[in-house]
Design a protein around this ligand. Structure first.
Ligand SMILES: NC(=O)c1ccc[n+]([C@@H]2O[C@H](COP(=O)([O-])OP(=O)(O)OC[C@H]3O[C@@H](n4cnc5c(N)ncnc54)[C@H](O)[C@@H]3O)[C@@H](O)[C@H]2O)c1
Length: 423
């Protein structure tokens, strides 16, 4: 471990060069965050004097968000939002750029929260979270940061985090202004569907299976999981969907998927992938029905969607057969292949969402940070990302791709916003 007290703690500073290569590869595919916004931030310094702490998956894309915020004048601190998603080479490269990083791959629960506390001790002005752990820890352990007025506002990157903050707000426990960036159109409709959707390849990455001809069960038909179902079908799998929401289930049916209860689906599955934000989706009661050789993976935020602890308890043997894949032998001899210990398989087995799609999510985070600093004085509670910022990111992305779209004429604008013209 390499560390400098209060400044950084990462696995190995010898990985800087490798990390810089990865950051460069992502940068070339993130023109909105890394060229259009970063160049303007460099000139205008809208975040001068501001400390921003992020609890995020430390990938090459997140590195580019950090560098854009830094270009805007911010001091940036980072800790990982999942013990297994931190890319150690990227962390080292960020430290070489002056970012204060407290993260390493495979940290324990205790170390995970130590890293969060190290960031919070610096009294940041903006918190960017992915899964609510940073902001909830601030509420529990750093009450003076919440009340001091130093903390201007927070942002949340993922569905599970937003759901938690909505529950906190309802219970009167949310004491900070919170922008649910996950819910902006430029995030939810692209990052979740396309990025997590493409995450089905983590199952291939893990066991090098041929997807064609396999029966693949996708749990959920929400933003992430509908993308996963679509891509699995594209690769030739026969896809079964499980749902608990009647409307989402109907959407899956009308998109041509077979929708069945998990109790039935497990009996047929060669691969089961979850992304629901719920727990025990593959529960202990399902273990006996699993087929020999089934691959189990989760792409939802927490490692509770597959009852992994129960699976380990039940196992007669747990054998790591390659990086991030365990062969679990159940009494009777049946073998189950678990990806990433039930943690976000796409971030652990592959490099997470492709840069092109994170370009939009992180452009939003950059512009929302600027908005927070400009406006200040928000009331505590959930505040939607302004529509202008969402549309701007969409327009910049199109521009970066050289795509031109039509604009409404004045008459058309009046027509769709009025009621006078009818039959
Ligand atoms: N792996 C990644 O890179 C990544 C990226 C974005 C989001 N996420 C996470 O993925 C999860 C899903 O996010 P989303 O944006 O798709 O949420 P969503 O709310 O759009 O979709 C979730 C769907 O799961 C269904 N569901 C809930 N409980 C279920 C159960 N027990 N069985 C079957 N279906 C059930 C819901 O009805 C809903 O349709 C969240 O935990 C989110 O934080 C992961």
């Amino acid at each position: 471990m390499d560390e400098k007290s209060g400044e950084y703690k990462v696995a190995d500073m010898g990985l800087v060069e490798k990390g810089l290569e990865a950051i460069y590869i992502a940068q070339r595919k993130m023109p909105v965050t890394c060229s259009i916004i970063r160049d303007r931030f460099e000139r205008e310094k809208p975040l001068q004097g501001i400390k921003i702490a992020g609890c995020l998956h430390i990938t090459k894309e997140t590195a580019n968000l950090a560098l854009t915020l830094q270009a805007g004048g911010a001091e940036v601190l980072l800790c990982g939002s999942n013990p297994l998603s931190t890319q150690d080479d990227v962390s080292a490269a960020l430290v070489s750029h002056g970012v204060k990083v407290f993260a390493w791959h495979g940290n324990t629960q205790e170390e995970f929260y130590w890293c969060i506390r190290e960031c919070l001790k610096h009294e940041p002005n903006i918190l960017i979270d992915d899964g609510a752990d940073l902001i909830v820890t601030a509420h529990k352990e750093f009450p003076e940061l919440i009340t001091s007025g130093k903390l201007l506002a927070c942002q949340e990157e993922t569905t599970t985090g937003v759901k938690r903050f909505k529950a906190m707000e309802k219970a009167g426990a949310l004491k900070v202004p919170l922008f649910p960036v996950n819910d902006a159109r430029c995030k939810n409709e692209f990052d979740n569907e396309l990025g997590t959707g493409q995450g089905v390849i983590s199952a291939i990455q893990g066991m090098h299976i041929l997807m064609a001809g396999k029966t693949m069960v996708i749990a959920g038909y929400g933003h992430c999981s509908s993308g996963m179902a679509l891509r699995a079908r594209g690769l030739g799998a026969q896809v079964l969907v499980t749902e608990v929401d009647p409307i989402q289930a109907l959407k899956a049916v009308f998109a041509g998927f077979r929708v069945v209860p998990m109790d039935e689906a497990v009996k047929e599955a060669d691969v089961i992938l979850t992304a629901t934000g719920c727990k025990d989706v593959v529960a202990e009661k399902h273990f006996d029905s699993l087929k020999d050789g089934v691959i189990l993976g989760n792409l939802g935020h927490f490692d509770v969607e597959i009852a992994t602890r129960k699976l380990y308890d039940r196992a007669s043997e747990v054998k790591p057969i390659r990086k991030d894949v365990e062969e679990i032998t159940l009494p009777g001899g049946k073998k189950v292949y678990l990806l990433a210990q039930g943690r976000l398989a796409n971030l652990v087995l592959t490099e997470g969402h492709p840069s092109e799609v994170m370009d939009m999510s992180f452009a939003l985070q950059s512009l929302v940070s600027e908005f927070i600093v400009k406006k200040k004085n928000f009331r505590p509670g959930i505040i939607d990302v302004p529509e202008e910022i969402d549309s701007k990111v969409g327009a910049l992305k199109l521009k970066s791709m050289g795509i031109i779209i039509d604009a409404l004429t004045e008459e058309q604008f009046k027509y769709i916003h009025g009621y006078e013209e009818g039959t």
